[in-house]
Design a protein around this ligand. Sequence first.
Ligand SMILES: C[S@@+](CC[C@H](N)C(=O)[O-])C[C@H]1O[C@@H](n2cnc3c(N)ncnc32)[C@H](O)[C@@H]1O
Ligand SMILES: O=c1cc(-c2ccc(O)cc2)oc2c(O)c(O)ccc12
Length: 356
Amino acid sequence: MELDQELGTNELFQAQCHIYKHMYHYMESMSLKCAVQLGIPDIIHKHNQPITLTDLASHLQVPPIKANCLQRVMRVLVHSGFFATAKVHENKEEEGYVLTTSSSLLLKDSPTSLSAAVLPFLDPALITPWFSLADCFHGNELTAFETYHGMNFWEYGKQNHEFINFLNEAMACDSQLVSLVVKDHKEIFEGVASLVDVGGGTGTLASAIADAYPHMECTVLDLPQVVADIQESKSLKFVGGDMFESVPSAEAVLIKSVLHNWSDEACIKILNRCREAIAGSEKGGKVIIVEMVINDKKDESNLAETKLFADLQMMIICNGRERNEQEWARLFSQAGFSSYKMTATCGLNSIIEVYP
Ligand SMILES: C[S@@+](CC[C@H](N)C(=O)[O-])C[C@H]1O[C@@H](n2cnc3c(N)ncnc32)[C@H](O)[C@@H]1O
Ligand SMILES: O=c1cc(-c2ccc(O)cc2)oc2c(O)c(O)ccc12
């Protein structure tokens, strides 16, 4: 029997639409990237009222012949919730673009801006490996990144300092957003006398913690080339080193968005170094992990899907992974920890306190 007789044409056409939608879905990412490159959220924000297409095109110095292209990109971004439309004047029909919460998060000067994350995470260096995914399944390389670039992510980073700095900026703005929870979760940080942020990058999260808990001695451990030129302050020290070798001693170790870059074997080594770092603490010490926890059965659909995409990003780039609670629990036990508490969630990430 032919498919259309078996299923009905309506169902077949729905499936056709489903397939096309997903073939075209990268266009949403690319339209978002284009809007950030052009600085559209900031232009709308500065305009202080709904901005018409003509005004937007004029701000962008887009020639009239291309205004309709701009309108079509904006139409997709309105459809996907990055912008909305509203009447320019109460009693007139003319409409203009306004920000939504998502595009407010893309304003360059906002303290919680994710604007600096969009371009690095959509950089050709991270996207082109997708063209090698199928080949990677049959090749000797561990990741599609290596199949495409001919070297692994870490080697690529050593040879492309600008790209790594770009990525560090992206991580810093993700951390800035996460740092909003630092004050909300006093039970996690209060009473901790010293803390070392392992793979803490340029110190965004550690700096927010040092500001919120001035009596805490805070240190950031990262690769020597990452921390080399960073100015120390009285409340925040930077140490160049290798988390696989040793982690400076402290009462608490913080580790955010690092373990997802690594395989289970590598994570067990890192966690062992973290456990050793807190071993001298009179209070027993703890490791505070800020990472995603996959929970695709319980999470709301958008959240679940985003975590699954993040998992693929880690798989493609660096043989890392996002983990579910069971996978986290197995790692903790294999690294010699006795218990853990998954307390708070902050958007995509959860905070996991792990005890020796
Ligand atoms: C994805 S970034 C996370 C940065 C920061 N924790 C954040 O969330 O903003 C991973 C960090 O691990 C650092 N890193 C990688 N290998 C390392 C090593 N062997 N020792 C110390 N840090 C390392 C990288 O330089 C980078 O800053
Ligand atoms: O593309 C990414 C994304 C992340 C990421 C996203 C959202 C979060 O709340 C945390 C992290 O992390 C990455 C990363 O660690 C990396 O080395 C490369 C790419 C990405």
